[in-house]
Design a protein around this ligand. Structure first.
Ligand SMILES: [Zn+2]
Length: 239
């Protein structure tokens, strides 16, 4: 077990060292004390959807064209739409390619009432073989939500879990509500990079995260995927 945790720690250091943009998420500042984080897991009516990076901050640069910020925004917009269709109020920290400082993202979230916060990112590594989903939380109040999102994501066929982890990311530790950060796969990996460039795969990612959020609020199996024009065409159902 010691060897295992050492390995995890080394991987995390390795991960941060390779992603200077992600290091911005770690800039030092005080945390919200655990006791001040409101447990809205079973009552929330609003979901703050945070598309990572934006504007001058590209996030991870995709080796196959484009930048992380664009993939984040697309998944976040899809997620917000699905959540509205499930009767949640949504607030996006950005809905276009603009730079929003991390403290402002947390402030936007903390101004809401009865909410949870979900940040959408994609990952990057110099080692192209590395792939898989990661979901992060800071307050233990967000632990269930993080596990639930990860569980739903890994139902995507052929996907890999790199686990649910705690992290000191600024947007998480300044949150007054349950807050998670989802890494939707590695842009540097051939398979996951190709996925990120596919609208239908990005939609599937958003669908899984939405499904997890609805389950967290109302109980397992309560999510009904929105009947979009695309899914109606491909499924052949006419209901
Ligand atoms: Zn990122």
């Amino acid at each position: 077990m010691i060897a295992f945790s050492y390995g995890v720690r080394m991987r995390r250091i390795f991960h941060y060292a390779l992603i200077p943009t992600a290091c911005g998420l770690l800039a030092s500042c005080s945390s919200v004390p655990e006791a001040r984080v409101k447990d809205t897991s079973r009552s929330f009516t609003t979901v703050i959807v945070d598309a990572g990076h934006g504007g001058k901050d590209n996030g991870a640069l995709r080796r196959y064209g484009g930048a992380e910020k664009d993939a984040n925004l697309d998944v976040a917009m899809r997620l917000a739409r699905k959540l509205r269709e499930s009767q949640f109020r949504t607030v996006m920290t950005r809905s276009s390619d603009v730079f929003i400082p991390l403290d402002e993202r947390a402030a936007i979230s903390n101004r809401q009432k009865n909410a949870i916060f979900v940040s959408v990112h994609f990952n990057d590594s110099r080692r192209r073989g590395i792939r898989g989903f990661e979901t992060y939380y800071h307050s233990s109040i967000a632990r269930n939500l993080a596990y639930r999102i990860q569980q739903h994501l890994v139902t995507i066929p052929g996907s890999t879990s790199r686990g649910v982890k705690t992290a000191n990311f600024r947007v998480l530790r300044k949150a007054l509500y349950p807050a998670v950060l989802v890494e939707c796969g590695f842009l540097s990996n051939r398979k996951e990079g190709a996925g990120a460039r596919s609208a239908s795969y990005r939609d599937e990612l958003a669908d899984k995260i939405a499904e997890a959020i609805v389950d967290e609020r109302y109980g397992k199996g309560t999510y009904r995927p929105p009947q979009t024009a695309d899914s109606a065409d491909t499924s052949g159902h006419t209901e």
